[in-house]
Design a protein around this ligand. Sequence first.
Ligand SMILES: Cc1ncc(COP(=O)(O)O)c(C=O)c1O
Length: 287
Amino acid sequence: MTDDPIVYLNGEFLPISQARIPVLDRGFIYGDGVYEVIPVYRRAPFRMPHHLARLQHSLDGIRLANPMTNDAWDALVRDLCARQPFDDQSVYLQVTRGVAKRDHAFPKGVAPTVFMMSNPLALPSREQVEHGVAVVTAEDNRWLRCDLKTTSLLGNVLMRQKAADVGAVECVMFRDGHLTEASASNVLIVRAGVIVAPPKDNQILPGITYDATHEFAREAGMPMEVRAVTRDEALSADEMWLSSSTKEVLAVTTLDGKPFGGGVPGPMFRRMYQAFQQHKPAAARRA
Ligand SMILES: Cc1ncc(COP(=O)(O)O)c(C=O)c1O
């Protein structure tokens, strides 16, 4: 990897060291923007249409016009990927409400800021896949539009740090006695052979990987339910999984410092992980 990778900013490809935005950008001042993270396998974006649909949902949710058509986004993402010296990538794209005198209300006639970068895709280690990972739990105190992928991530940042402080990978959250999600992942559980996932409402991000696990479960004949999950159900589940674009699926084997699910990834996790690995290259070719 080069020390000065090529990024995209407002119509231009340039080395990241030369990319600059004004301090009055509303992304900087208010976190007034949205983003996406798209995994790229062998230079083929995975589930790009799903990511672009979610981007549109996030933009609609903050009342910001989409600066580009989906075809233009698609071409730009592929162009950015082609400029990187590595094959498996994680593309980050961000759209903010642009640069304007500081005032909470939306500015008029201001062009949005569009930024994209790509990093090597850092998938979980073999050790993490085989032995599972540690999580901590916390009360979900974020705002109630967690379905929008906004750059205002302080709630998630603080939760993730709670996990990092004790060497855990994630913080699993509960609101009003129900499982929501983790600071940068969705959470699914397994009880009595059934995968159970919280519904995609305003309290969680509609994960692209979450949807993928549903599809793969259906294909593999693994029973799955979407419904509210109580804290007790989650904490006494047979298995708990994290899902995200950069984690794929990971089993939780330590929760709040104690072994969880027998302390090893469960049989349903192994099936889902296999399904994921089998689908990856095929889906990447289709994209
Ligand atoms: C809060 C939150 N929930 C869930 C996810 C998983 O979404 P996806 O599978 O689209 O990566 C993420 C991804 O970063 C996230 O930040």
